[in-house]
Design a protein around this ligand. Structure first.
Ligand code: URA
Length: 194
């Protein structure tokens, strides 16, 4: 059955508030819905909140987020011109990967966010975002750095910023992938610059 889509942000926020659709609700401090600009042409999708995000209720504010911000500084990208969300809105215990039932329970909210933002470009950061949005057959190692077009949206898979913390060599890939995003934004006259 097609899920009912909320037509306004107020309606969607009201629906998400107090969500108990999966077991991740049991240990959360805050539901982490979004950050940035709801009218953005570029949307970023991560995996799920970590400890810092759970505490503050904002995505990508912990170590991975700070590294991402640093890359954006260098690239001249203004984070506030993007829209940022995650596959799951509540923190998985010990930052484990969201389980299938958790991701599925949460995905309708994310689809509704995509519908309301209506971005031209979606950046899929990491395997969890890639597999849940474009399908389990996609591999981040082979997909990253190349555009995939689907239903009028351009998708760019790239490494999750947390992967850069574990493996320095991935930083250069992440940088190159965002250079491609900047070039595409120039082409489409989308302003994401500082
Ligand atoms: N990692 C994610 O995938 N999302 C966040 O919001 C923070 C860390």
């Amino acid at each position: 059955m097609e899920h009912y889509m909320c037509k306004t942000w107020d309606e969607l926020e009201a629906e998400i508030k107090g969500c108990k659709k999966c077991k991740l609700c049991q240990n959360r401090t805050n539901i982490v819905i979004e950050d940035g600009n709801r009218n953005a042409d570029v949307m970023l999708i991560g995996e799920g909140p970590g400890a810092d995000e759970d505490r503050q209720g904002v995505p990508f504010v912990g170590r991975a987020g700070q590294l991402m911000n640093k890359a954006f500084e260098g690239l001249g990208i203004d984070r506030s011109k993007l829209y940022i969300a995650n596959i799951v809105k509540c923190r998985p215990p010990n930052n484990r990967v969201p389980q299938e039932d958790e991701a599925q329970a949460c995905l309708d909210y994310l689809r509704n966010q995509v519908l309301l933002v209506s971005p031209k470009i979606i950046v899929l950061m990491g395997s969890t975002a890639l597999k849940n949005i474009l399908g389990a057959e996609h591999k981040i190692t082979t997909s990253r750095g190349s555009w995939i077009e689907k239903k009028g949206i351009l998708y760019m898979p790239t490494w999750h910023p947390a992967a850069l913390l574990r493996d320095d060599t991935k930083k250069i890939d992440f940088w190159h992938d965002f250079e491609k995003i900047i070039a595409k934004c120039d082409e489409l006259q989308i302003d994401i610059s500082k």
